[in-house]
Design a binder for this molecule. Structure first.
Ligand code: FAD
Length: 546
């Protein structure tokens, strides 16, 4: 069965009529990683997500698979080593989404880094993280750093260094993970909210009560074990469990702002100092640059944390200090996003100092909860908790298989193999010139699946005259048929990122997408009526600061 909401009623019928080995709550990177790991070990697995896959923190990060350079400052050697090494695994498993990105680290007068401390830190980092020879740090003199990035302040610049991070589209990584888990036999359902637990006579959790948010139907799912991977909502889910024994999470809010590259023409990604001793990223992507992030404790609405005027001023001022020739203003912001880090509480520390380590909590009811961590460490987190699940039925399930598993769309042996594949597409479909600019874009979103979308686009040639609209529809059809897309924002925010990075284009296709989904989702749905409002609200929120 395709991974499509076309089969939604069937998924729900099936879910309510059997008992699973494992039920996962939450379809962010953590939950989808767990569903894949469990599916590969042969566990009958189901995952329920209350909104869309990746709609929580996992679509609102800095979008880097990073080696944890900042943990060096906190002397967390093991974390630096584990996360750094894991970065290589995440890259290998999803090369089409996770791509090496050269990062410039400028050293400036009165900054928090000196040339010596930077050289030392990056050498330790290269060693601990097992960085490939060609990606090891390179120190730069002041003129060389300025040549690398002419927007830097020549008067303050003392030098810099180049090192590698890995850029990724967080929500696409989650989508490919969800598709992979489905391919391996797990069932994953978006817009299915867990509302409560079902208990055995002995008080053990043996399932959940859920609501299908697209149709309003309530249903129950039975499972031998339940894992709560609901990110910022982990404590809220634990509170639903009658064995709740107190809060374990503290949330920290981080925002990003998107500017046109024409106004902030940074040549490459830069990781730079702020006046308060923190560091932020400026990362070019397509025709825009996104800048972030902040790190402040938060206790308001979890679904849509705001971007405040204070956040905006903080980022604008940090950019002005490091790049004095650039004068960005609030009105230049194209879009923004705000996310919540689900951190494990550490009394007396400010948000930036709290460790990003993960933790598993085990309730007397048997409910397992996992929180903390990073996108980068998702696979290890999944391995750890699925090991725990497997240990409850000794001998039944095999070992973890995700380390060498190529995610959906990423079936490449090497970077060179991936390039050959891309060239093959361009050659095979080169006769349709209008397709060429879209092929690259699709390739780094869908990898080997790009061919489906190309074929969709060719099939629409006689029906839709404008190539842009034709190609968006081709992508939408694929996404509806194979990625569980159900709402306009699923497509514009999490499947394509268009709302953040190509806002004008997103506005131009909003209504067509809405119409297609209305026609193809086969049942009347209360949420359907509000799709249009939802997207207009999102568009407004992205440039409306409190
Ligand atoms: P989430 O992605 O929030 O997923 C939890 C899901 O559970 C949500 O989709 C939610 O809807 C669902 N849910 C909640 N309640 C229920 C319910 N009752 N029923 C069903 N579903 C439910 N990490 C990196 O490695 N690199 C970075 O560059 C990076 N940058 C970051 C920048 C910022 C600003 C922030 C905030 C975080 C960043 N991180 C980064 C950390 C990383 O994004 C998070 O660790 C990770 O996304 C957390 O994923 P998760 O799956 O645990 O939570």
């Amino acid at each position: 069965m395709d991974f499509s909401n076309r089969h939604r009623q069937q998924f729900i019928r099936e879910a309510s009529s059997r008992e699973y080995d494992l039920l996962v709550i939450g379809g962010g990177i953590t939950g989808c990683g767990i569903a894949l790991d469990a599916g590969l070990r042969g566990m009958q697995t189901i995952l329920l997500e209350r909104h869309d896959f990746a709609c929580g923190t996992s679509s609102r990060s800095t979008k880097l698979i990073h080696g944890g350079l900042r943990y060096l400052k906190q002397l967390q050697w093991k974390l630096v080593r584990d996360v750094g090494r894991e970065r290589a695994v995440v890259y290998r498993n999803a090369m089409h989404i996770v791509r090496p990105e050269k990062m410039l680290l400028p050293v400036v007068r009165n900054g928090s880094l000196s040339r010596l401390s930077t050289a030392l830190a990056l050498s330790v980092y290269d060693f601990l993280a097992g960085v490939k020879k060609e990606e090891r740090r390179k120190m730069l003199s002041a003129p060389a750093a300025l040549q690398q990035e002419p927007l830097l302040d020549a008067d303050r610049l003392l030098g810099g260094s180049l090192y590698f991070e890995y850029r990724c589209d967080d929500a696409r990584l989650v989508t490919e993970l969800a598709k992979s888990a489905h391919r391996e036999g797990a069932r994953l359902l978006n817009y299915a909210e867990v509302k409560g637990f079902i208990y055995s006579d002995q008080g053990r959790v043996i399932g959940v009560k859920a609501t299908d948010r697209l149709s309003g139907t309530e249903f129950e799912v039975k499972a031998k074990q339940v894992v709560n991977a609901s990110g910022p909502w982990v404590d809220a889910c634990r509170r639903m469990d009658k064995s709740f024994d107190g809060e374990r999470l503290i949330l920290s809010r981080g925002i990003h702002l998107v500017f046109p590259q024409s106004l902030f023409p940074v040549r490459q990604a830069v990781y730079f100092d702020t006046d308060d001793g923190r560091m932020i990223f400026a990362i070019p992507r397509q025709q825009v640059v996104y800048v972030g992030t902040t790190d402040t404790f938060y206790s308001g609405d979890l679904q849509e944390p705001p971007v405040t005027k204070e956040d905006v001023n903080y980022i604008l001022s940090a950019v002005k200090t490091m790049f004095p020739q650039v004068s960005l203003q609030e009105k230049d912001i194209l879009s923004s996003w705000s996310g919540l880090r689900p951190l494990i509480q550490e009394k007396g520390k400010v948000a930036g100092e709290i460790s990003r380590k993960d933790e598993i909590m085990e309730s007397p009811s048997g409910l397992l909860s996992i929180a903390g961590g990073k996108l980068t460490g998702y696979r290890l987190m999944a391995e750890k908790i699925v090991n725990k699940v497997a240990a409850r039925e000794p001998g039944r399930f095999g070992p973890c298989k995700t380390k060498t598993y190529r995610l959906s769309g990423g079936d490449f042996q090497s970077a060179a193999h991936m390039e050959d594949y891309r060239t093959m597409f361009r050659e095979r479909y080169g006769a349709a010139e209008w397709l060429i600019p879209f092929i690259d874009e699709w390739f780094f979103r869908y990898g080997t699946h790009t061919e489906w979308i190309i074929e969709n686009a060719l099939g629409l040639e006689q029906l839709i005259a404008d190539p842009f609209h034709r190609c968006v529809m081709a992508e939408l059809i694929y996404s509806f048929d194979h990625e569980m897309t159900a709402t306009v924002s699923d497509f514009l925010v999490r499947r394509t990122g268009m709302l953040y990075f190509e806002r004008r284009k997103a506005l131009a296709v909003c209504d067509e997408i809405h119409e297609y989904l209305q026609k193809n989702l086969s049942y009347p749905s209360p949420l359907n009526q509000s799709f249009r409002q939802e997207i207009h609200l999102l568009l407004k929120q992205a440039v409306d600061f409190t």
